[in-house]
Every structure is written in C-alpha cells, then in structure tokens.
Design a protein around this ligand. Sequence first.
Ligand SMILES: C[S@@+](CC[C@H](N)C(=O)[O-])C[C@H]1O[C@@H](n2cnc3c(N)ncnc32)[C@H](O)[C@@H]1O
Length: 232
Amino acid sequence: MEQGEQGQQKQLQLTEELKQEMLKHTGFSQDHIKEHYDEVAEKYDAIYLNAGYHDHEQCGQLVNSFFQENKDIEILDLGCGTGLVGESLKLHGYNKVVGIDASKGMIDAAAKKQAYTELVELFLGKPDTFPEQFRDRFEAITASGILAEGHLGVEVFDEFLLALKQNGIAVFTTRSMYLEKYGYQKRMDELEAEGKWKKENQVSFLRYDNLGEEKVGRYQTVEVFAFAYRKL
Ligand SMILES: C[S@@+](CC[C@H](N)C(=O)[O-])C[C@H]1O[C@@H](n2cnc3c(N)ncnc32)[C@H](O)[C@@H]1O
C-alpha cells in the first residue's frame, strides 16, 4: 500500500451518518446495479475508504510489479467505479488508463479524478457483444471489487481475455469466500487448463479492516485475494 494513502486512511472516521448510508446499500442485484451505484456514487469513496478498502491499491501495486520498467502502456479498468484504481495507477506513473462502468454516476465521479484518458458507460458480462474498439488492445486490465455478490459472474473473465493483447496481464480482486461460492476459481482453473492464461501471482489482504469486529450491513472485515494472470 502507498504510505501516503495508508496514512490518510488511518485518520478517517466512520461517522454514524456513513454507517446509515452503508446500511441502505446492502441488498441489491445485477438488475438494479446501475441504480444502486448511481445512488451511492457521491458517498462511495467516503464509505469505502473509511471502512478500509484496499483493492485499488493492491491492483495498482500488482500492475506496477509487471510494468515498472515501461509505464507507457494502455490499461483497461473494468468496473472502474469512482476511479480509485485509476488514481492508484496514476500515482504509480501510468497515464493511459481507460475506464468502463455501468453506472453514469460512478463514471462522473471517476472523471473528477483526472486519471483516465477515456471513460465509457457499458454493461459488462456480455463477451459476445464486447466492443471491437477494446479488443486485443491492452497490456493490462484491472477489475477491482467487481467479482462480487450481485456483481459480475465468470463471463467477465472472457472479457478480460478479449481486451488483453497476448502476454498482457489481468489483475483482479475478490473475497476468498467467493472463489467457490460464485464459481470464480473453477473458471479461472479451466481457463488455465485450456491454455488461455497462466497465474503469475496471488496476494491476500483484508478488506474493511477499519471496522474491526463490527458488522455494518454487508460490510465486515473479510479476506480478499488479488490475482495476476498472464494471457497466453
Ligand atoms: C464495488 S464497485 C468497485 C469500483 C472500483 N473498481 C473500485 O475498486 O473502487 C463495483 C463497480 O462495478 C460496477 N459494475 C457492476 N456490475 C457491472 C456491470 N455488469 N457492468 C459494468 N459495471 C458494473 C458498478 O457500477 C461499480 O462501479
């Protein structure tokens, strides 16, 4: 984690108002994903960073571990949200980042971070209609916090591979408990067995660790993995 970012997070407080906001955003599904995130967009950073969200920094670090010698690469940030990953990549010196998200509210928030060359409103999880302009184009893709309950299923792995050039790196995070629950690990292993990609790294960390033992709606301290796979 970036020292500066970590220092800042430790000083933040989860106010009662933010906790009430977190409780409102507990039950939702893909059917209402746009509405959910349009509504949460304004308070997203305050809620997530205060609770102890680190996925974006872990993704930034993992990407940097592969490309620090050549930062002039194009990166696609899938489910970019308010742009926390773009911001982390920018801190590492990456300036060619394209963001995609289903929620206009989240994209508008991401635009304010000035970390993306292009931001596109697009519903992911439909590899058959994945736009031509994003195919076979990127040296790296990131997908931070989108492999989750009510979010994206295993189809999005095909979009990772469509977007990447050969040898490109996919960096993504998910709760460890979701690997089996939502079939992510099975599909990741299948793609590896089919020779589509190869695991390069796996890092574990805690998400929402500022909550300690406390549970606020669906937010509680959980183990998360960040993965890096190379497209073959
Ligand atoms: C938990 S946020 C993560 C945002 C950001 N990557 C981060 O780490 O802070 C999940 C994001 O995924 C987006 N999302 C969920 N389902 C999507 C879909 N089918 N297509 C595109 N974006 C989607 C949401 O709009 C939201 O911005």
